[in-house]
Design a protein around this ligand. Structure first.
Ligand SMILES: [Zn+2]
Length: 286
């Protein structure tokens, strides 16, 4: 662990209350390290339970999983960095799953052997269940990004809870995975209410530290340059593989077009690897 990481960890300990955080870390570590195998699936070596192709296509009842334990304390702020090692990064992809772009992103990640976290929108999971199952089958982490991508500051506590609970439910049922333990607020707007709701549902808030604003389609080279200039050890990189569409809107050629992101990933991921970086997942256990 580097000095910087020790400082960050101490800051978090202080901000959260040392005893409480240690309890939370311990329970979170156990939770992530030993997920039980789902009925009808295998989880060799403690890996997340993943469906076989046959199970993914099945319409049989989804296995039931225990809900995550509530966090021991309400975090004061989301996590902006990972703390896995001196040359670790985390790649996160928001607003999918997309039938057009998520499979393209998965192909790039497979090419470079990278595991990422997909913060999915519940309404998009409902429209694209097979794409979510592709994400799960490839071994990636799925996080909760609300049902309809609202500004959480405009919602009541009950509405915030509904947005989050519905999304965790459909991820678990459609993906046949344990309920997510990571949450990202739309636009990074983590309100106090949403932090409290997340804590009660066992969800750890995860923000980012590198944002190339790829969703605005600034050009592939701009996305590449922004990521490469900002990335440093521990960075959590934000990209987008989807968008919330209204009925009749196309993913291709408009605001939801993610072809620049896909092209940028093909360029910057090998450069980061060449620079000695490896990729990990945002993890509350540290
Ligand atoms: Zn988003």
């Amino acid at each position: 662990m580097s000095d910087r990481q020790i400082v960050v960890s101490r800051r978090l300990l202080l901000s959260l209350g040392g005893a409480s955080l240690l309890t939370a870390c311990g329970s979170a570590a156990q939770e992530n390290a030993t997920p039980p195998a789902a009925p009808g699936t295998s989880a060799p070596g403690g890996a997340p339970a993943q469906p076989t192709p046959a199970a993914a296509a099945s319409t049989a009842a989804a296995p039931s999983f225990p809900s995550p334990a509530p966090l021991a304390a309400i975090p004061e702020e989301p996590e902006y960095y990972v703390h896995a090692g001196p040359k670790e990064l985390a790649l996160t992809l928001d607003d999918g799953p997309s039938p057009t772009y998520t499979p393209q992103v998965l192909a790039v990640l497979r090419q470079y052997g990278i595991t990422a976290t997909f913060f999915v929108i519940g309404a998009n999971v409902e429209k694209n269940p097979d794409i979510l199952r592709q994400v799960v089958a490839a071994g990636h982490r799925v996080g909760n990004h609300t049902w309809s991508h609202p500004d959480l500051g405009t919602l009541s506590e009950a509405q915030v809870r509904s947005e989050i609970e519905r999304t965790s439910e459909i991820i678990t049922r459609v993906g046949r995975v344990r309920p997510p333990t990571l949450f990202r607020a739309p636009g990074g707007h983590f309100t106090r209410t949403s932090m409290a709701v997340c804590a009660s549902l066992g969800l750890n808030p995860v923000a980012w530290s590198v944002d190339p604003v790829d969703w605005s389609r600034p050009g592939t080279q701009a996305i590449v340059d922004r990521v490469l200039s900002a990335a440093k050890p521990g960075s959590i990189i934000l990209n987008h593989d989807g968008a919330l569409l209204s009925p009749g809107e196309s993913e291709v050629g408009g605001f939801a077009d993610r072809s620049e992101t896909v092209a940028a990933l093909k360029t910057y991921l090998p450069r980061l690897i060449d620079a000695g970086y490896t990729f990990t997942l945002p993890d509350p256990a540290r």
